[in-house]
Design a binder for this molecule. Structure first.
Ligand SMILES: NC(=O)c1ccc[n+]([C@@H]2O[C@H](COP(=O)([O-])OP(=O)(O)OC[C@H]3O[C@@H](n4cnc5c(N)ncnc54)[C@H](OP(=O)(O)O)[C@@H]3O)[C@@H](O)[C@H]2O)c1
Length: 272
């Protein structure tokens, strides 16, 4: 029997790369996201890579019934679930002092409640298979930079979820892996401040820093397969987390300097 995998946020970026990574080793997949057309394209690519079976489920992680539908599809069409990736997310940007309550709530609904819905609807199937749960967080869950307060808070929250779930689920045979990536290539920064697609927005992270998404997905799959508790990647993220953990004052000072330089650059570009 092939392993059965559910991935939220499978229509682009890391979710898409994880789908292709599992497809290439013959696993069966349930792919979940809001964009039906993009999901269909990813599903077709997964079939041609050798996936045993691919189901798509269009929905929003903010709606529990949508995620429950994906879990049902896995049970009905794949016979259960061995691995679940709670991956869907976006980055709300903006200074906390001017963030609206609606923006804050939306960030929490997608990045935190979305993970909770995924966990609560899929855990019964994972218990039955003594399976694996992966929560995709971020380096931002260890330490924030200016103008990413809501995003960082959401990732710190799901990091806490992962720690608690590890305690609660391990005795029942389900492993929990918290994945904390640094920058990798995806659509996350090609969106406006509220996470809506902004096709003209350029990627502002230099390409030499961006992790290769397919490689990130391969490392994530291996870590989840080995039931690792935490994975920080790629290399620049490991250094960042090391500094945040052991030299928090220094990290804060460096982050402040980088933030100030960014503000100066932005003012110059805006002609202020
Ligand atoms: N890229 C990075 O540098 C980076 C760094 C650290 C952590 N991460 C984390 O990695 C994860 C994947 O992001 P990515 O970088 O691969 O970005 P991405 O290319 O923008 O992918 C995000 C995925 O989440 C889905 N999604 C967003 N909101 C959703 C909602 N309400 N309901 C269902 N699906 C939703 C999107 O699909 P639809 O729009 O079709 O719904 C898409 O498939 C996120 O949790 C992100 O925070 C990324």
């Amino acid at each position: 029997m092939p392993s059965c995998i559910l991935i939220t946020g499978a229509s682009s970026g890391l979710g898409e790369a994880l789908a292709k990574e599992h497809a290439s080793v013959g696993h069966a997949l349930v792919l979940f996201a809001r964009r039906a057309e993009r999901l269909r394209e990813v599903a077709a690519a997964c079939r041609s890579l050798g996936a045993a079976k691919v189901c798509t489920c269009v929905g929003d992680v903010r709606r529990r019934q949508d995620v429950a539908r994906a879990a049902k599809a896995a049970e009905r069409d794949l016979g259960g679930l061995d691995v679940v990736y709670a991956n869907a997310g976006y980055s709300q940007s903006g200074r906390l002092e001017s963030l609206s309550l609606a923006q804050w709530r939306r960030q929490m609904e997608v990045n935190v409640e979305g993970v909770l819905h995924t966990v609560q609807t899929c855990v019964p199937l994972l218990k039955a298979s003594r399976g694996r749960l992966a929560i995709i967080g971020s380096v931002a869950g260890f330490g924030a930079v200016a103008e990413t307060g809501a995003y960082a808070a959401s990732k710190a929250a799901v990091r806490a979820f992962a720690q608690v779930l590890d305690l609660e689920l391990k005795p029942e045979g389900v492993s929990v892996t918290y994945v904390a990536p640094g920058f990798f290539a995806s659509e996350i920064r090609l969106k406006d401040a509220d996470g809506r697609p902004a096709p003209d927005k350029p990627e502002y992270i230099p390409s030499f820093i961006l992790g290769d998404t397919a490689k990130v997905a391969r490392q994530v799959r291996k870590a989840v397969n080995r039931r690792r508790r935490e994975l920080v990647l790629p290399l620049h993220a490991k250094y960042a987390v090391f500094l945040m953990r052991h030299f928090p004052g220094l990290t804060q000072a460096l982050t402040r300097r980088v933030g100030a330089a960014r503000m100066r650059r932005r003012r110059i570009m805006q002609g202020a």
